[in-house]
Design a protein around this ligand. Structure first.
Ligand code: LRY
Length: 233
């Protein structure tokens, strides 16, 4: 069975640590990935060549590899160049994901796809609109990811997952993975029911600081005098 067939209808977990997070050391990323697998993740999405290599050696599920490189002259920061692709493949990524948005870019989507395929790996195109999904698949990408919806100025800026984009991709016959702002298990399930090949969840599982903030904000907004049936006592 191919990797993509095996992943159909399953959960993948993105194990990344933002700048300044105490979880940044590679050992912690490996621990997050192992915990995700214990919980039922069938793939993990990992940022950084050293992290991909360490996680590849520590778990047996497929690894979706990316790099994140901020560049002063470009808004493209997820796996922007052929060198990033080469290093991720060498580190053992089974799937390489890259920005496939329509913004000005250092390297064409077609060239990135070709490099991924030459290494015998699967190409995942992170997109923000239906047109970008169409273009990425036309350029040879194996599937699109809704990852960047909400992160380009011309895509809908919402707090929820972009279910409209999922529906549009499904109707257009573009194979896709649901990723981005999936906070509730019911949303993950809904994404599969909207036709996603599989679902990638990150922050809601692997960013304890962000998860904590949700709870802290909820508690901070609570009334401190109990009230039952509209009556306080
Ligand atoms: C936009 C961008 O840079 N997304 C990144 C891509 O790898 C990660 O920061 C996200 O955590 C990941 O996509 C999962 O999404 P969420 O954390 O919302 O479940």
């Amino acid at each position: 069975m191919s990797i993509l067939e095996a992943l159909r209808g399953t959960l993948a977990v993105s194990c990344q640590a933002a700048d300044g997070s105490p979880l940044q050391p590679t050992d912690h990323i490996v621990a997050l990935a192992k915990a995700a697998v214990l919980g039922g993740a069938k793939a993990v999405r990992i940022e950084g060549v050293a992290n991909v290599s360490a996680v590849r050696n520590a778990v047996s599920v497929p690894v979706i590899g990316i790099t994140k490189i901020e560049h002063p002259d470009s808004e493209i920061y997820i796996t922007p160049t052929l060198e990033d692709v080469r290093q991720l493949c060498e580190a053992g990524a089974d799937i390489v994901a890259f920005d496939a948005t329509a913004r000005p870019r250092p390297c064409s989507v077609a060239a990135l796809v070709e490099a991924v395929h030459q290494a015998g790996r699967i190409a995942m195109a992170d997109i923000s609109t239906l047109d970008e999904g169409r273009a990425a698949v036309a350029a040879g990408a194996d599937f699109a990811g809704t990852t960047l919806s909400g992160y380009t100025p011309y895509s809908p800026q919402t707090e929820a997952p972009d279910f409209k984009l999922m529906e549009d991709l499904f109707r257009a016959g573009i194979p896709f993975v649901a990723e981005g702002r999936i906070w509730e298990p019911t949303d993950a399930r809904r994404a599969i029911e909207y036709g996603a090949a599989f679902v990638v969840v990150g922050s809601a599982i692997t960013r304890p600081d962000v998860i904590t903030r949700r709870f802290a904000d909820a508690v901070a907004g609570a009334r401190t005098t109990p009230e039952f049936n509209g009556e306080s006592r």
